[in-house]
Ligand binder design. Structure first.
Ligand SMILES: Nc1ncnc2c1ncn2[C@@H]1O[C@H](COP(=O)(O)OP(=O)(O)OP(=O)(O)O)[C@@H](O)[C@H]1O
Length: 254
């Protein structure tokens, strides 16, 4: 099976600094790949290049075999690249439910055929409710999105991504800033997505216990370069990874 997502020599320079340096990597459906590396290694920048938030200096991004390097972020989203929304992309004064409903509607194309609009609207709202239940935000459905505390906002980001039902899910530290009791909700969702076997999941995560439990594969970025790539047990044991990653970031995390 051809990879769902592929980067080929993907590179971005900021002035003289090469933040992502010729990264070639392919990602297949049914696989959760954790992207790890010390602070400043280029993980988020790599995500931004894949999702289209940043424009590559050179190299390319392919989605289902098609070159999407020239496409802006919204068109990549439409092709099935799911990146957690930033809060600035929400409608802060609309309710949590309405925000998710809009994402559901966008996925269905949102065609305004008058005879079916009422029926469709009802269906979209039902779907939005189901997504909110899945992320344990059912009781906040009517709250304005802007009023949610931080942990709930992160859950809403995941809900919006799920509502779009993308082929590729990109999670950038999805549990950062969450309280201890909120973390399992998001991890359970990621686990469920993984069990569906039809999704390609990319996860940037500093918490190594989470990585060990969820990842089928780990890639290590260091100074923008792909340092290692393989099964978690193998990659975590590589001396180069021990010194480049475990020796720095893990100590900082501890
Ligand atoms: N817009 C930008 N302009 C200039 N430099 C940038 C920009 N974005 C990122 N960088 C630099 O690129 C490098 C990679 O940053 P990036 O945020 O991708 O690292 P990271 O691996 O995600 O780090 P962390 O784990 O701390 O989130 C860093 O040196 C950062 O300062």
């Amino acid at each position: 099976m051809p990879p769902v997502l592929e980067t080929l020599d993907l590179t971005i320079r900021f002035g003289g600094h090469v933040a992502v340096d010729r990264v070639s990597c392919a990602f297949s459906a049914g696989t959760l790949t954790a992207i790890v590396g010390p602070n400043g290694a280029g993980k988020t920048t790599y995500f931004n290049l894949i999702s289209g938030q940043l424009k590559a200096t050179s190299g390319s991004v392919r989605l289902e075999g098609e070159d999407v390097t020239g496409l802006p972020a919204p068109l990549r989203t439409r092709r099935g690249l799911g990146r957690a929304f930033q809060l600035t992309q929400l409608f802060p004064n609309l309710s949590v439910l309405e925000n998710v409903r809009l994402a559901v509607q966008a996925r269905h194309g949102g065609a305004l055929q008058l005879f079916s609009v009422w029926l469709d609207h009802k269906r979209w709202i039902e779907e939005a409710h189901a997504v909110l239940e899945a992320v344990h935000l059912g009781d906040k459905a009517q709250a304005p999105a802007s009023s949610l505390p931080h942990g709930d906002q992160r859950k809403l980001e995941v809900a919006l991504m799920m509502a779009l039902d993308p082929k590729v899910y990109m999670f950038d530290e999805p549990t950062a800033g969450m309280s201890v009791d909120e973390v399992p909700v998001v991890l359970d969702l990621i686990r469920e997505l993984k069990q569906r076997r039809d999704k390609t999941i990319l996860l940037v995560e500093h918490k190594m216990d989470v990585v060990r439990e969820l990842a089928d594969r780990i890639i290590v970025l260091h100074n923008g370069q792909l340092l290692a790539d393989g099964e978690p047990s193998v990659v975590m044991g590589l001396p180069v990874v021990q010194s480049a990653y475990m020796g720095t970031a893990a100590v900082e995390e501890a």
